[in-house]
Ligand binder design. Structure first.
Ligand code: SAH
Length: 248
C-alpha cells in the first residue's frame, strides 16, 4: 500500500512512521510511505507558503500554488484526503474502508494543513475528500496523518503479529469495547488477576470476557450499545453472573 503525505513538516510524519509496527511495515514493503515537503515547491526567495486571509481575520492561510505544484509534480495515489476539523469523522469503519480500498487503488494520499488551514480552492479543485480525527483542533494535520496511517496500516494483512487482533478488539465485529486485559505476574502489589482467567475453563473465560466487554461499554460508551440494539437475555444473565471488574 502506498501512502503519500504532503506537509510543511514531512519529518514529523516520517519520523513517527519509522518506529515499531509502521517501521517494520515500511522495511518489509507492506507500506510504501512517501513524505513530501510542500515548501520545496515555492519559487520565491522567502519560500512563502502562507498569506493573510482575504476579507481579513486572524491568522494565515496556506497559499494554493505550492500545494497544487507539490501534488501535481508527484501525481500521487488517489483519493487525496485533506486532514481538516471540518471533514468526515475518521473512525474504525473509515479506517477499514481505506484499508480495503487500497487493494484496488494501490493506496491514498494525505494533505496536512497548518496555520488557519488551506485556501478553499485546494478543497474544491485538488482534494477528493476531507477527514477529521475528532472534534478537536490541532495546529497541523501531521498528527492526524500519523493517526490515519497507523490505523489503516495495522488492518492490512501481514501488518500485525496476531491476525485475530483487529477482529476482537474495540470497535471490532462485536460492536463493544475490549475487556480489561491482564498479564503476569498474577499478583502485583497485592492486586490479583481475576481467578476465572487462571481457571483454564475456556468457555467460562469467554463468558467472563463478554460480560466485561458489556460492562465496560455500558459504562464508558452507552452510545455504542444503543447503536447495536438492546441487550439479549443471555447478555443480561452474563452481566449478573460476572460483576464488572472495578475501575479507578
Ligand atoms: N481554522 C481551522 C483550524 C485549522 S488547524 C478551523 O477552525 O477549522 C490547522 C490544520 O490542522 C488544519 O488545516 C488541519 O490540516 C489540521 N487539523 C486541525 N484539527 C484537525 C482535526 N481535528 N482533524 C484533522 N486535521 C486537523
Amino acid at each position: 500500500m502506498r501512502i503519500d503525505v504532503f506537509s510543511l513538516f514531512p519529518g514529523l510524519v516520517d519520523g513517527f512512521c519509522s518506529e515499531s509496527l509502521l517501521g517494520k511495515a515500511r522495511t518489509s514493503g507492506l507500506l510504501d510511505l512517501r513524505c513530501h515537503d510542500i515548501r520545496e515547491q515555492t519559487a520565491d526567495v522567502h519560500r512563502t507558503v502562507d498569506d493573510a486571509p482575504f476579507g481579513g481575520g486572524a491568522g494565515m492561510v496556506m497559499k494554493p500554488e505550492p500545494i497544487f505544484d507539490a501534488v501535481e509534480a508527484i501525481d500521487p495515489p488517489r483519493p487525496l484526503i485533506l486532514l481538516s476539523p471540518g471533514g468526515r469523522r475518521f473512525d474504525q469503519p473509515a479506517a477499514e474502508e481505506l484499508a480495503a480500498m487500497a487493494d484496488t487503488t494501490g493506496g491514498f494520499s494525505l494533505l496536512c494543513g497548518r496555520y488557519e488551514g488551506v485556501d478553499h480552492r485546494v478543497v474544491r479543485h485538488l482534494v477528493d475528500a476531507e477527514m477529521s480525527i475528532g472534534d478537536v483542533v490541532l495546529s497541523g494535520g501531521e498528527v492526524a496523518a500519523c493517526l490515519v496511517i497507523e490505523a489503516v496500516t495495522r488492518l492490512r494483512d501481514g501488518a500485525m503479529g496476531n491476525a485475530a487482533s483487529p477482529v476482537t478488539e474495540s470497535f471490532g465485529a462485536s460492536g463493544l469495547l475490549e475487556e480489561p486485559q491482564y498479564t503476569r505476574p498474577a499478583e502485583y502489589r497485592g492486586w490479583t488477576v481475576p481467578d476465572v482467567l487462571r481457571s483454564g475453563d475456556h468457555a467460562r473465560i469467554e463468558r467472563y470476557r463478554t460480560a466485561q466487554r458489556l460492562h465496560r461499554t455500558l459504562r464508558e460508551r452507552p452510545d455504542l450499545i444503543e447503536r447495536r440494539g438492546p441487550l439479549s437475555d443471555d447478555e443480561r444473565k452474563l452481566l449478573e453472573e460476572f460483576p464488572a471488574d472495578p475501575y479507578h
